[in-house]
Design a binder for this molecule. Structure first.
Ligand code: BES
Ligand code: ZN
Length: 642
């Protein structure tokens, strides 16, 4: 078949069933008859965040040959792109951002004409390459900018070991184009291979199979080779370079991190192998071979990032007591929801995050029991209620499917898609029964493995394979209400934790003055109970009350990042001066956006008490932060009028 009929077909005209089998937009069809990913069953919407026109020509494999120059803070070298073209195609459009393009050739080195379009903010610039008829491969010679949005180049001082520099990438959502010139859209899956040359004393790791774990000595450094045979969206191509060591956790899992952190990280993550087994028992085989983690230096801007075969994680989960490992369950779950079945465009990202947050909780329940899972779900449900309360009433931003804007897909990215998504699936689970729900979800992952997914196609699948025409069930589920309307529908199944009910009783007793903080069972509480306690005390507290909590609960020397975060927000909201040194330490010692951004935001609304403090502290802290974090915080601290 040719691509022509598909070019004419609109997404609406293509019923899901109608494009099953051969030839969705993103399928190989017979274009070139090369080995390429299986055809998509889901018609793809236009991606406003990408310049690519995959219906004319699309990338299906990326081969990188890059050298990391830590002095210049640049990656430089070549990206060879294997492409599929529709008959008559004369050009291919790639995404780039701040790349220095030195030339483009065909596979045999003959120069090809190319042009960089206008810069369009976070979307970067389209790179349009003229291709000869039947072209199968183009090669882009380029280097990255020292300010590449996806890359953070750390000085030795910014690492745990303090002796060697470090580099890591973060691709989601549309940052990969700042280090790889490719079609950077989550619906355009690509396999990849790479050779990364780094200084002799450093090691490179990627979200791929390591072909040369120890590297090979080459002119001016060491070269590491990688290959990922499963096609992935480009936001999952990831690289880290540093003084990195490996410690095994299980037969197919292990942890990479700086040598000084290895023992602590391995001890924290001991249950990883059990999590993989639990996830497989729930929703089918783990299809990526190994599952390793990379624990990054403290400036890593996210809690975790589900890079295939190699989850990237913040060191702030290393609490010493394994209390924050639900993050591992979360990133692991993305190996199904996200990496296997992938949001087609960023407006569908609740399919990645909502399904994953639900799946994460099921893994936690399987490993640690229903009470632990209920506590975590309850904490998250409260987060959801708070997020919705902060939005204007009826705001479309509390719908699951949030309309795509041509601006930054990360802008206004809220926790709603995580927690409301989870609440939605829990509600469906309870309505149809766990057994039936699990069978459907497992089959959904199988049916759509390695494919992009839209909100509409997911709902169609749920109707076809779970609801199966049961009109009463359809009415009770309120699917459209959940997905497209703001707020939380009335059929929501609210997580209930009996342990939390006891915590609330204690919080009330303390606030009423009938129980001193020293008599609270704080020491016997889990991290989740402690978090719930701090959320359950009144918002307005006196200085004496705060001092009592701080002293009796040992909060000034607390080591658990989540508990410290919750405590500091309470302190800031009550302008509790003695906490300022701890706020400083917290904001200077890690750069996780989830912690840093709200802390600065809360300081900035505290007038003369908070603003000058926040401003001067930010000047000191900012050089240690990742672009993802400082771009968000800039808008709050520097953008705000005094
Ligand atoms: N995929 C996300 C991280 C992400 C989201 C990166 C959007 C860029 C844009 C990852 O799986 C995630 O959700 N991480 C959370 C932790 C999780 C336990 C909720 C985080 O980083 O806080
Ligand atoms: Zn996630």
């Amino acid at each position: 078949m040719s691509l022509r009929p598909l070019l004419l077909a609109t997404a609406a005209a293509l019923a899901v069933a109608g494009c099953a089998g051969k030839g969705g937009f993103y399928g190989a069809g017979e274009i070139g008859a090369q080995a390429a990913p299986a055809p998509s069953m889901v018609p793809l919407p236009r991606d406003v965040h990408s310049f690519a026109r995959p219906e004319i020509a699309r990338v299906h494999h990326v081969d990188l040959d890059l050298r990391a120059d830590f002095d210049a803070r640049r990656l430089s070298g070549k990206a060879a792109l294997d492409i599929l073209t529709a008959p008559g195609a004369t050009e291919i459009v790639l995404d780039t951002r701040d790349l220095d393009i030195r030339g483009v050739t065909d596979a045999s080195g003959r120069p090809l004409q190319y042009a960089l379009g206008e810069a369009a903010g976070v979307r970067g610039r389209p790179l349009t390459v003229q291709i000869p008829a039947g072209a199968r491969r183009i090669v882009v010679d380029y280097q990255t900018s020292p300010d590449a949005a996806a890359l953070q180049w750390l000085t030795p001082a910014q690492t745990a070991g303090k002796r060697r520099p470090y580099l890591f990438s973060q691709g989601q959502a549309i940052l990969t184009r700042s280090w790889v010139p490719t079609q950077d859209s989550p619906g355009i899956r690509q396999t990849y291979s790479a050779r990364i040359t780094v200084p002799e004393d450093l090691r490179a790791v990627m979200s791929a199979e390591q072909l040369t774990p120890n590297g090979q000595r080459v002119q001016g450094g060491r070269a590491y080779r990688f290959r990922l045979d499963q096609p992935v969206p480009p936001y999952l191509i990831a690289l880290a370079v540093g003084d990195i060591e490996f410690g095994p956790l299980g037969p197919r899992s292990g942890v990479y991190t700086e040598p000084s952190m290895l023992d602590a990280a391995a001890a924290e993550l001991v249950d990883t192998e059990k999590m993989i087994a639990a996830a497989e028992a729930l929703y089918g085989p783990y299809r990526w071979g190994r599952y390793d983690l990379l624990v990054l230096p403290p400036s890593f801007p996210y809690g975790g990032m589900e890079n295939p075969r190699l989850t990237f994680a913040t060191p702030t989960i290393i609490a010493g007591d394994r209390s924050l490992t639900s993050l591992v369950a979360h990133e692991l779950a993305h190996s199904w929801s996200g990496n296997l079945v992938t949001n087609a465009i960023w407006a569908d990202s609740w399919l990645n995050e909502g399904f994953t947050t639900y799946f994460e909780n099921r893994i936690m329940e399987a490993l640690y029991g229903p009470e632990r899972a209920a506590m975590e779900a309850a904490l998250e449900y409260r987060t959801l209620q708070n997020s919705i309360a902060e939005l204007p009433k009826g705001s479309p931003r509390s719908a699951l499917k949030v309309e795509a804007s041509a601006t930054d897909p990360e802008e206004g990215g809220s926790t709603v898609i995580y927690e409301k998504g989870q609440a939605f699936l829990r509600t469906v689970e309870h309505t149809v029964g766990r057994e039936r729900f699990d069978a459907w979800l497992r089959s959904y992952f199988d049916r759509h493995a390695f494919q992009p997914m839209t909100t509409e196609a997911m709902l169609a699948d749920m109707r076809a394979n779970l609801i199966r025409g049961d009109a009463d069930l359809e009415r009770r589920l309120q699917l459209n209400q959940w997905v497209y309307q703001p707020g939380v529908p009335g059929n929501v199944v609210v997580p209930k934790s009996t342990a939390f009910a006891r915590v609330e009783t204690e919080a009330k007793a303390w606030a009423a003055g009938s129980r001193p903080a020293s008599a609270l069972p704080w020491r016997s509480w889990t991290t989740q109970e402690r978090q719930h306690f701090l959320a359950s005390v009144p918002e307005k507290l006196t200085r004496a009350q705060l001092a009592e909590l701080e002293r009796s609960l040992g909060l000034a020397s607390e080591g658990n990042s989540e508990v410290v975060f919750d405590w500091l927000q309470l302190a800031i909201k009550n302008r509790y001066d003695p906490a300022k040194p701890q706020i400083e330490r917290f904001l200077l010692s890690q750069g996780r956006r989830k912690f840093v951004l709200p802390t600065f935001r809360n300081l900035m609304v505290q007038g003369e008490w908070g603003r000058p403090f926040a401003r001067s502290l930010y000047e000191r802290a900012r050089p240690g932060y990742h672009p993802v974090t400082y771009t968000s915080v800039d808008a709050v601290v520097r953008g705000a009028a005094s």
